[in-house]
Design a protein around this ligand. Structure first.
Ligand code: DON
Length: 578
């Protein structure tokens, strides 16, 4: 009797379920996740600052392509996110052009001035003077952002440079409303920033008081500088009035950048580093970024294990991540630098057989010690800021861009009269073999200071392709030395663990960089997992910290875009093309 009731109920249920299955399709947004992305069937911009994302989305709506929108967003961030958005810094842009089916890597990293030299940051004892390397006028490399953005726009955009610069010029001229985030970020660094006359003038009130949330900051000198770029292209920055203002600033305070340095600066197109991860292709920046090489190297090592079966963020999974990271960052310290100056062994580092050798060295039950791989001990304490944005248009063109002043507000020195902050990217060189930079990264001859050389970077703007060659993911992150491992975990979360983009972004991250021999982790990694890692012999840091801030777009096979701004940073935003 009971059996027959159960059978009847089961049959009825089967009918109900099958009716539901046949009558309704799964609604697009109704997936089984706690985290929802922004969705679009046209284009999308995801950046660390909502107004700049909106600027980009509006450019898409005006018929601009992904490059137009990216350039507009990049210039807008220079106004709305002064701690990282910039025209006084540099970065990297990956562009995928749908029609040509071509992927381009634009290098607009800063360059050491002609008068720079190897020991320029050493004091009389031969030790690195960190203040000079990070906060002096000499800490600035020749800025590359304007050359990079203009190069991208002139070669691959559809609109005019004037059109894409207009929103940034208006924001600078008419003012932006100070958010709590901006007010706090400036106030926290008030003493350092106010020690420079230009920075004080541009980012604090006349009497030196902090701006309060809700007040307006107008950046008129910046608006004029941006207008000169709109009128004359890159020459409006590297020549003429802006160049004169930069050189005057250098001459007043002992900086090294000359007119010739500015004149000689060029953005370069380089061959992206692409690696296969199972059936996907992952493409990112080549040197002077270390990002592409080491992400591919780590993915090559990790590909040899069934990561999914281990479970996301299980101790066994994190152990494999950490051991791969440790080995990649050890190689980084020795082999990586600007490949125009040092023979970086790109093919060997990204070779699957080399990865297999490294994989075999990894004990699956016990942590190795970084000092057994390469000796040294460093600390890692500076506050930092870089910013990433991703753009996708209705035609399938994709931009993945990371740029930076290096630290928050760069050197803290603004070009007086021109309204923008200068980077402190010279600290990304290895000022002395074995001495850590602001991210605890060590290096040697490969990344030593030389005139015209570009400092080694970790920035990893990335585009991932499916087996058919179609782009499916654009991602990237700030975070100094942690960028490469953060971006790699984004890629693994999407490809290996099949997370939606918002969940992949929210998932807790870990980081290891060989030296210091420390597993850094975010809140959300369970105490049990940390205990297991400790029992394996890992040195787990005593507190969680925040790792990166990815701004990503994923495309489904039918072309629907899913965007996720990283909630680790206030004010970030994914904006769909209206
Ligand atoms: O190029 C690099 O690797 C560093 N200058 C990036 C700095 C950075 O990511 C700061 N952000 N949080």
């Amino acid at each position: 009797m009971i059996t027959s009731i159960l059978k009847t109920t089961a049959a009825l249920l089967a009918v109900v379920i099958s009716v539901a299955v046949t009558a309704d399709r799964q609604p697009l947004l109704d997936s089984n996740t706690r985290f929802h992305p922004v969705i679009s069937q046209k284009g999308m911009v995801v950046s660390q600052e909502m107004i700049a994302s909106q600027v980009g989305a509006d450019i898409l709506a005006k018929g601009g392509n992904a490059v137009d929108a990216a350039v507009a967003t990049g210039f807008a961030l220079a106004v709305t996110l002064p701690r990282a958005g910039n025209i006084g810094g540099g970065g990297f842009m990956m562009v995928h052009l749908a029609e040509e089916n071509k992927t381009i890597a634009i290098d607009y990293r800063e360059m050491a001035p002609a008068e720079a030299f190897k020991g320029m940051f050493l004091n009389s004892e031969g030790d690195v003077d960190n203040r000079k390397a990070r906060f002096s006028i000499q800490s600035s490399g020749v800025p590359g952002t304007v050359a990079g953005l203009v190069h991208a726009q002139e070669n691959y955009g559809k609109l005019s440079l004037k059109q894409v610069l207009k929103p940034a010029i208006n924001l600078a001229r008419n003012g932006i409303t100070v958010t709590l985030t901006l007010a706090e970020s400036l106030a926290a660094r008030s003493e350092r920033l106010q020690s420079d006359a230009g920075t004080k003038k541009y980012f604090f009130k006349k009497d030196g008081a902090d701006y309060q949330p809700g007040e307006l900051i107008r950046q008129r000198d910046l608006a004029a500088t941006l207008s000169r770029i709109a009128a004359k292209g890159a020459a409006g920055f590297y020549q003429g009035k802006t160049a004169a203002l930069i050189v005057e600033q250098m001459e007043r305070s002992g900086g090294l950048i000359t007119r010739a340095d500015l004149n000689n600066y060029v953005a370069l197109e380089r061959t992206p580093i692409c690696g296969d991860y199972r059936e996907h292709k992952v493409c990112a920046m080549p040197p002077p970024s270390s990002g592409g090489i080491h992400m591919v190297q780590m993915l090559n090592i990790l590909e040899g294990w069934d990561l999914k079966a281990l479970g996301h963020n299980s101790a066994d999974y994190i152990h494999r991540l950490v051991e791969s990271m440790r080995r990649a960052y050890a190689d980084r310290s020795l082999y990586l630098g600007d490949a125009d100056f040092f023979p970086v062994p790109i093919a060997q580092l990204t070779d699957k057989n080399y990865a297999a050798t490294l994989r075999q060295q990894i004990d699956l039950d016990h942590a190795s010690r970084s000092e057994d791989i390469r000796p040294g001990l460093v600390d890692n304490a500076e506050s930092t800021e870089t910013t990433h944005f991703s753009v996708w248009d209705q035609w399938g063109n994709v931009v993945s861009n990371t740029y930076t002043l290096n630290f928050s507000y760069g050197s803290g020195i603004a070009v007086e009269g021109a309204g923008f902050l200068l980077n402190n990217e010279m600290d990304d060189f290895s000022a002395k073999p074995g001495s850590p930079n602001g991210y605890g990264l060590v290096g040697g001859i490969a990344n030593s200071i030389q005139p015209g050389k570009r400092p080694l970077s970790s920035m990893t703007p990335t585009i991932v392709f499916d087996a058919s060659g179609a782009p499916i993911l654009a991602t990237g992150s700030p975070g100094g030395s942690t960028i490469i491992t953060v971006v790699m975990q984004m890629v693994l979360n999407v490809l290996e663990f099949e997370m939606g983009i918002a969940e992949a972004t929210a998932a807790s991250r870990v980081h290891h960089q060989w030296l210091p021999d420390n597993v850094f982790y975010e809140s959300g990694i369970s105490a049990d997992t940390l205990r297991l890692l400790h029992e394996m012999g890992h040195v787990v840091s005593d507190q969680p910290r925040r790792l990166g801030a990815s701004e990503s777009i994923e495309s489904s096979a039918d072309g629907v875009l899913f965007g996720a701004a990283d909630l680790r940073r206030h004010g970030s935003g994914a904006v769909a093309q209206p």
